[in-house]
Ligand binder design. Structure first.
Ligand SMILES: C[S@@+](CC[C@H](N)C(=O)[O-])C[C@H]1O[C@@H](n2cnc3c(N)ncnc32)[C@H](O)[C@@H]1O
Length: 502
């Protein structure tokens, strides 16, 4: 796979079947394949319908050669070796209000653009995030559709929620009628497994009337068990598949016009109508990186996960009274200069000390000057806060930072008022919090900017006392090396749910 062209070809019959059933191509239409590869979509199109005229664009000379050989006898096909995003003829079509009846594509995802090209794309698409090629293709191709023309694209689902695609969403919601979104894991696509995002097939109709666009409703289908189900999805829905209906005006009104794909409208309601967010009551910041953990980091035991490549900590070198030192950000003199650091990994409430960072004066000087190191948000180091791992494969978790250093795989949450610390620990470990953040951002990531956006609800005095009591007893048990009673999780979940009036 090369970084420039990003050629993941669509070698999957069910995906192609679903896309063509949605596209409803008929004789006499003008069809655009904006990034053809070796022509998977064109081959199917030629089998399904006759009498269509097809324009094919492809940037990479190798597949262009294949395409020219394959379709040399086809008078209805034009093959253009060119860049769909910048091609002058396409820009003319786009400025004239569109040209094509159908566009069907699997555009390149995150294709590498050199800096000069990025600058140029920024000029052409000033409102869009130019590093993500699929978003540019989507925008470009909607503008190439004539009014009422249809587009079917298979793309990552990140455009539905990420901040960087806010302008794209605003454009789509007010210039098209979305007909259907089908969401499924990237592993359904042969040879692809992003991990960071799911895939999405979007079907939309170009619509010149803004009010008609906003009055439109569309279906979101999720919960498919395997790729084969896409082969029949355009005709019937299986009982286990989740179908939700969204109104475009509701989505447009959402914060950042984000599509909050939650089957539960109450979650969406809380997200859009909350008076306060986590960012209002706490600072949320990313932590420290030494630039060379192999050299500076020590581990308590070689049995720990990912511990093999690090040296063992020497107990006699671990500093204990560091948090009270006024000039701790300058480092510690002498050999007793290793301090505990909290790292990622999903552990709830309390993480025992497992890792230590060299905090000697020389090491700290290096962290501050090395290009590789991240001595960021240092005013929060050694403070009493809550740490949420940046990546949580199954569920978001949180553990006390408790005056430790925290590394860049953790978002540190430091409440302006200490009375919320234990409440936040309970909240970030709750299923409700997980539903909220996964609705705001369905990827497995919890960056600080999304954590800030999570709604915050104030518990009553009575509820706060109960929550604090339970959380403190959980921490006490964990610190003594004991397990805590799992009933506590249910009690906390109930209290949190009540606080959020769900
Ligand atoms: C993900 S592949 C899809 C190919 C084919 N449509 C399929 O589904 O099998 C994307 C294709 O877009 C081409 N491509 C990348 N950037 C392009 C651009 N700016 N203009 C035209 N084609 C481009 C790549 O060379 C690659 O063949």
């Amino acid at each position: 796979m090369d970084k420039v062209y990003r050629s993941y070809y669509t070698k999957s019959d069910p995906i192609v079947t679903y896309m063509f059933e949605k596209a409803c191509v008929r004789a006499g239409m003008r069809v655009l394949e904006p990034c053809a590869g070796d022509g998977v979509f064109v081959d199917v199109l030629l089998k399904l319908v006759s009498g269509v005229s097809i324009d094919i664009y492809e940037l990479n000379p190798k597949p262009v050669h294949v395409l020219r050989n394959k379709y040399r006898d086809r008078a209805n096909i034009r093959i253009i070796h060119g860049d769909t995003l910048t091609d002058v003829e396409l820009t003319l079509f786009s400025n004239a209000g569109g040209f094509y009846d159908r566009v069907i594509a699997n555009p390149p995802y995150g294709a590498w653009q050199d800096y000069e090209k990025r600058r140029y794309l920024r000029k052409l698409y000033p409102k869009l995030y130019v590093k993500e090629t699929y978003a540019l293709f989507l925008y470009r191709c909607v503008r190439l559709l004539r009014d009422k023309g249809l587009l079917v694209f298979i793309v990552p689902d990140t455009f539905l929620n990420l901040h960087r695609h806010t302008k794209l969403r605003s454009y789509l919601l007010t210039n098209t009628k979305i007909r259907e979104l089908c969401l499924f894991p990237s592993s359904f696509f042969p040879g692809v497994n992003f991990g960071y995002a799911n895939l999405c097939i979007i079907t939309l109709e170009r619509c010149a009337n803004r009010s008609d666009c906003l009055a439109n409703t569309f279906k979101v289908i999720a919960g498919l068990r395997d790729v084969g189900e896409l082969g029949t999805l355009a005709r019937w829905v299986e009982p286990h598949q989740e179908v939700s209906v969204f109104s475009q005006s509701d989505v447009y009104e959402n914060i950042d016009h984000a599509l909050l794909v939650s089957a539960d409208p109450r979650i969406t309601y809380i997200i859009n109508n909350s008076d306060m967010r986590i960012g209002d009551i706490a600072d949320c910041v990313t932590g420290f990186y030494s630039g060379n953990d192999k050299k500076y980091l020590r581990v308590a035991s070689k049995d720990l996960r990912n511990a093999k490549r690090y040296d063992l900590a020497d107990v006699s070198q671990i500093a204990r009274d560091y948090a009270t030192k006024n000039d701790i950000l300058k480092g510690i003199e002498g050999t007793k200069c290793f301090i505990p650091i909290l790292k990622g990994g999903n552990v709830r409430y309390y993480k025992p000390e497992m890792w230590y960072m060299d905090w000697g004066v020389e090491a700290v000087r290096n962290y501050k000057t090395s290009k590789k190191a991240r001595f960021q948000n240092s005013q929060y180091y050694f403070k009493y806060g809550v740490g949420v791992p940046m990546v949580s494969a199954s569920r978001i978790t949180a553990a006390l930072i408790e005056n430790r250093l925290f590394d860049q795989s953790i978002v540190g949450i430091f409440t302006k008022n200490p009375k919320w610390i234990h409440f936040l620990l309970a909240f970030f470990n709750s299923a409700l919090c997980n539903r909220l953040i996964r609705t705001i951002n369905p990827t497995a990531n919890n960056p600080a900017n999304y954590i800030k956006k999570i709604p915050f609800a104030k518990p009553s005095k009575n509820e706060l006392e109960k929550i604090n009591g339970i959380v403190k007893s959980i921490i006490q048990n964990l610190k003594q090396g004991k397990k805590y009673n799992r009933e506590c999780d249910f009690d906390l979940e109930e209290l949190i749910t009540k606080t959020y009036q769900l």
